[in-house]
Write a protein that binds this ligand. Sequence first.
Ligand code: FES
Length: 320
Amino acid sequence: MRLDLGKSMEIDRRRIRRLIRQAHTRERTLDRVIRGQAWLDPVAEAVQKAVGSFYAALGPPGASLKDVMHGTRVLGHPLHPALTDIPIGAWTVGVLADWIFIATGRVPQIAGDLALAVGLAGAILAAIAGYTDFHETEGHERRTAVVHGIAMSGVIAMQAVSLVMRLGPEGMRPAAILLSTLSWLIVVVAAYVGGQLTFGIGSAVNHNAFFDGPMEFVKVGTRDDFPEGEMRRVAANGLPVVILRRQGLLHAIGAVCSHAGGPLHEGELDGDVVTCPWHHSKFRFEDGRVVGGPATFDQPPLFVRERGGVVEVRLAHPLK
Ligand code: FES
C-alpha cells in the first residue's frame, strides 16, 4: 500500500482547522438544549400570566408587594438570589446530618428534620421572589428561567413530602432521607441553571455596570437641543444619557434601563418620573432613584450645567 504523506498531512491540517473553528463557535450545551425547547414557551406564558394576575388582584398593595419581592423596595438589590442561600445552605447541612445520623448516630435525627424545615421555609420565600422576577423575562432568558423554576418547584414538593414522611411512622425515615438526598442533588443542578441565568445571560444584572462615562464635564449639545418637557438621548463619553428640561432646569440620568437595558428616552414621562417602555420600571430624573420595579438598581445620575448656551454633563459618581 502506498502512503501519500503530503495528502494525509493536508487532511490532518483541515481537520484541525475545523476543530478549532468548532471550538470557537460552539454554544454551551445547556444553552443549545434550552434554545431548542419551544414547548417551554406556552408553559412560561401561563406562569407569567398567573403571576401577573395574582399581583393585579391585590390592587395597589400588590404593586408594593411585587416591588418588595423583586428587591426594589426594602433590600434595594435583587431579593431572589439572596434568599436562595437559605435553602441551599440548610439542605446541605440537613443531608449531612441525616447521613451522619445513619452512619454514626452521633447527630440527633431531629437535626436533619430541622434543617430540612428551615430550608423549606426559605425555599418557599425564594420561589415567590423568583416567580416575581420571572414575570418580566422573555426569549431565551425566559426559557432558562422556566427550566430553573420547574426544577426548583419540584424540589420544594419533594422536600415537603420528605418532611411529612419524617413526621409519620419511624419506618418511613430511610425513604424520607433518600428523598431529601435526591432533591439536594437536583438542587445542585438547578442552581447551576440559575447561575447560568445570571452570570451567563445577565438576568437581574445592573445593565449600567459596564459603562464608564465622564467624570469631567463634556459637551452634549446646546440650549435649543433640549426643549421644555421633552426627553432627549445623547452620548457622553460612550455613556447613553437621557436629558430632560423641567421647569427650565436640566436633569440627566443614564438612558439604559438598569433592569434589562430598555431605552428610557422612549418611555413615558409623568412629572419627574420616567417609566421604562419595556417592563415599566420607574426612575426619578432628580437623582436616578428607582421608584418602581422590576428594576432594583438606580439609574446613574449626572450633573448638568449650561454655560454660554452649551450643555455639559458629568457623572455624579463613578459607575465602577
Ligand atoms: S428594561 Fe425592564 S423595566 Fe426597563
